[in-house]
Design a protein around this ligand. Structure first.
Ligand SMILES: NC(=O)C1=CN([C@@H]2O[C@H](COP(=O)(O)OP(=O)(O)OC[C@H]3O[C@@H](n4cnc5c(N)ncnc54)[C@H](O)[C@@H]3O)[C@@H](O)[C@H]2O)C=CC1
Ligand SMILES: O=C([O-])CC(=O)C(=O)O
Length: 312
């Protein structure tokens, strides 16, 4: 009996796509196919070959190819979508919607044609609306179309808390609800350092500042980079999700999931705590929210719906 390595395709070979591909291969999660537009065929091949040539040094076994031909992605287990434009200083993620929604349509058609059984993980912004658009275009069941925002937003929150308390990031847990925009809702009440509620360790005023920095975390990097947006932490976040799927880990991670009544919302993709495993999103976890948390989530939903209206 021959055993096939898992196959992961990454659509978009830019900053996030290339970084994701390299991390996936380094972790030996499977063979990796990187796809970009025909005009960038050679640079895409070059990036893939360059990564592959790191494998003897780093000691990982994974094939990596670059292409513009979706036939090469056939029978992928997971496809990650990073294709599209990124924002620059002065722009919001929502400014990307008209360009990126067209790209979502065309790449989704190709993905579905060649990998009808894959799970799709979407990164492209504005990510809640783009995940919805991929869901609609793919015709896939909702559990096999997932967006990435919460792992990244939570990672930023955890980073800032670890710095504040001078503790290992490993001991900080937390998560962020809602859309991937400035209205996201970092849930302090469910966040801990080594099991101790953060509210016992950090004064409220300071926690509020950290929450605000988390909300604007993407913009902070955009302003520093000057010509693009974050890619190391976004790529690491995608890889954590892909690993959970391919290894059927049933991780509890905040992901962008399709809601049908959960939290009181229907017909929208939104960041919520989920169990993610071999079947993609296996369960949405519903938490009891306080009145002010629910109001904050409502505001975030309005922001996501405003973008979704542009799609129609
Ligand atoms: N959800 C999240 O947490 C995050 C989302 N993002 C988003 O991810 C997207 C990608 O960001 P970067 O990689 O930094 O941008 P980038 O500009 O470095 O790369 C995008 C790549 O997509 C390619 N592309 C465009 N149209 C395509 C098509 N039809 N088929 C295949 N490839 C195509 C481009 O040629 C380019 O190589 C942006 O929309 C950005 O806002 C970035 C970071 C975090
Ligand atoms: O800020 C951006 O445009 C990219 C992104 O979503 C993030 O880094 O959170």
């Amino acid at each position: 009996m021959s055993i096939r390595r898992r196959k992961i395709s990454v659509v978009g070979a830019g900053f996030t796509g290339a970084t994701t591909a390299f991390l996936l291969a380094q972790k030996e999660l499977g063979d990796v196919v990187i796809v970009d537009i025909p005009q960038l065929e050679n640079p895409t091949k070059g990036k893939a070959l360059d990564m592959l040539e790191a494998s003897p040094v780093q000691g990982f076994d994974a094939n990596i190819i670059g292409t513009s031909d979706y036939a090469e992605t056939a029978n992928s287990d997971v496809v990650v979508i990073t294709a599209g434009i990124a924002r620059k200083p002065g722009m919001s993620r929502d400014d990307l919607v008209s360009t990126n929604s067209k790209i979502m349509k065309s790449v989704t058609q190709e993905i579905v044609k060649y990998s009808p059984n894959c799970t799709i993980v979407v990164l492209t912004n504005p990510v809640d609306a783009m995940t919805y658009s991929v869901y609609k275009e793919s015709g896939f069941p909702k559990h096999r179309v997932i967006g990435q925002s919460g792992v990244l937003d939570t990672a930023r929150f955890r980073t800032f808390i670890a710095q504040e308390l001078n503790l290992s990031v490993k001991d900080i847990t937390g998560f962020v609800l809602g859309g991937h925009g400035d209205e996201m809702v970092p849930l302090v009440r469910y966040s801990y350092a080594g099991g101790i509620p953060l509210e016992n360790l950090i004064p409220k005023a300071r926690l509020d500042e950290i929450v605000e920095r988390t909300r604007k975390g993407g913009g902070e990097i955009v302003n520093l980079l000057g010509n693009g947006s974050a890619y190391y932490a976004p790529a690491a976040s995608l890889v954590e999700m892909v690993e959970a799927i391919l290894k059927d880990q049933r991780r509890v991670l905040p992901t962008i999931a399709y809601l049908e009544g959960e939290y009181g919302y229907t017909g929208i993709y939104l960041g919520v705590p989920t169990i993610i495993g071999g079947n993609g999103i296996e369960q949405i976890i519903e938490l009891e929210l306080t009145e002010s948390e629910k109001e904050a989530l409502d505001r975030s939903v309005v922001a996501v719906k405003n973008v979704m209206n542009v799609l129609a």
